[in-house]
Design a binder for this molecule. Sequence first.
Ligand SMILES: C[S@@+](CC[C@H](N)C(=O)[O-])C[C@H]1O[C@@H](n2cnc3c(N)ncnc32)[C@H](O)[C@@H]1O
Length: 454
Amino acid sequence: MTDAPATATAGQQPTAPQPTEVVPDVELTIGRPAHGGHFVARHEGRVVFVRHALPDERVRVRFTETEPTASFWRADVVEVLEASPQRTGHPWRPADALAAAARGRAAVGGAEFGHIRLGEQRRLKGAIFREQLERLAHAERTPTVEAAPGEAEDGLGWRTRAAFAVDRSGHLAMHQHRSHEVVQVREMPLAVPAVNALGLWAIDLTGVDRVDVAVPSGGGEPLVLLVPSAGTHPRRVAAIAAAITGASVAVLDPESGRVQRLKGRTWLQESVLGVDYRITGAGFWQIHRGAPETLVGAVLDGLQPAAGERLADLYAGAGLFTVPLARAVGPGGAVLSVEGSAGTVRDARRNLHGQAQASIVQGRVDAALGRWSDPLDAVLLDPPRAGAGRKVVGQIIAARPRAVGYVSCDPASFARDLGYFLTAGWSLDTLRVFDLYPHTHHMESFARLLPPRA
Ligand SMILES: C[S@@+](CC[C@H](N)C(=O)[O-])C[C@H]1O[C@@H](n2cnc3c(N)ncnc32)[C@H](O)[C@@H]1O
């Protein structure tokens, strides 16, 4: 149901090569955390990115990628010989590397920090953010990582979106990290209770390749999207839909993003700070149930939009930020809202119905900015994990805004883009980092950037 951050989704897509040679398990001492959910160790002079570890631990690892000419290898912890005091019991068995290793398997993706105490997860995320800023932007800042308001003490029950695979026996499953292998799952403790209450693990899903579930952040009926396997008869898909109770069900074509209704609605109604949004099918929406309010608050605090201003909301999705920005500038102002996905833009048009000050443009941000010649008072951008890139940063700077608000789900691409702003004489003013993905290595940030003083 979301395109970012891909590695935080339950149904991770396999992307990596398998090991090219079998290297026996070894004992390693673990060093610093690295961006991407790894910890750095060395084996015979080569860097090894180790998952499921903690700094200063002595562990036994199993290699998962051992390309002989590669500058680094990857490995998973299979046994802890000397544990960090920050290690704790994992809240979700299929994602627990030690429990998986005991059964001769690898852990599923999606909760790779679950073995770390929650406070330490946040401290490590702050350290990783600081390291990315230093390395890629030559900027010094040590952010305090904020929990979402109302976050549970155990950091569970926050995902409103989850994507599952289906195994050969027709059971709900998830991918092992960077692998085609899937493992049956019977609970998803990171998800809001409504996802678990569907009991999808008890249903015969034979004939379906993927199951996406979305629940409105504030509660309400879930939407289940089924991606049928090639050749599955529509009657089989209809039978699966009939077995799913308490949810709307639709068929998703993952190529086009089109959804076809089987029962109930093909969209969800989300509500944020008194504003209603319609999100169709697999359209983008922030994953953590508290993320929309947290981020809208950070954006409005950070940018302080005023009546009559001309703003841009880039990578705007269904208008989560465009709506409050359009309200803030009022009928005398203007907001340019740019989003690439056609389906999401259809939702944005509905969500901004009646707000004539918002111009919704479907297309690439660089193309839209290339055609836009009016001055802008402030620019907000919330790009996907790859970030905005040098060209878009240059276009934003050329519009001479009084401030830029940058929402990011990836500290590395944010730091790279920040470097382009800093090189042009801009400064990093506010920086807030939010733990909107507990038990994973992911984080979200908001930054206010200011132009050089005239
Ligand atoms: C991280 S999401 C943010 C969406 C929205 N701001 C929100 O919080 O709901 C990024 C959005 O950028 C869109 N996108 C990705 N690349 C794009 C591009 N080059 N031009 C325009 N939109 C793009 C995606 O479709 C996605 O909706």
